[in-house]
Design a protein around this ligand. Structure first.
Ligand code: GLY
Length: 134
């Protein structure tokens, strides 16, 4: 058990979640890998309905990302549920601002559920599910 106040744990989890999204936006593989368990499992549109496990599937996109156009992710309507002192679910709407080929700013959104597990005192991202609804 940990004596950390629950509010602090919830805000730590949101902060870690934002770091994770920022690492994706900036193609910062080192940070993404540090925040994730190597056995990370995921459902996301890129996987076409398949559950993917491990990091290699995700690394492909980090290796591709060669442009330096600005990209920013904002966590909207977050909901954090602590299932135990070492397991949490973070659900939210992710707003992504980017710039298209003509230099015009654009926004997209998706729904995400991300599961975190505290392993030996360190929160690790262990599963996520992303859906695009609009
Ligand atoms: N596609 C990587 C992630 O959303 O975590």
């Amino acid at each position: 058990m940990t004596n950390e106040p629950i509010d602090e744990t919830l805000s730590d989890l949101l902060e870690l979640n934002q770091q994770l999204l920022d690492s994706i936006a900036t193609a910062d593989w080192e940070t993404y890998e540090r925040l994730c368990d190597p056995t990370l499992s995921a459902f996301e549109p890129e996987a076409r309905g398949q559950l993917v496990e491990g990091m290699e599937f995700h690394r492909f996109y980090f290796d591709l990302d060669g442009d330096d156009k600005p990209k920013q992710s904002t966590i909207a309507s977050p909901h954090v549920r602590l299932l135990a002192d070492n397991v949490a679910i973070v659900s939210f709407v992710r707003l992504v601002q980017s710039v298209d080929a003509e230099g015009n700013p654009q926004s997209s959104r998706c729904d995400e559920t991300r599961v975190w597990e505290r392993q030996d005192g360190v929160w690790q991202h262990v599963h996520f599910h992303r859906s695009v609804n609009a």
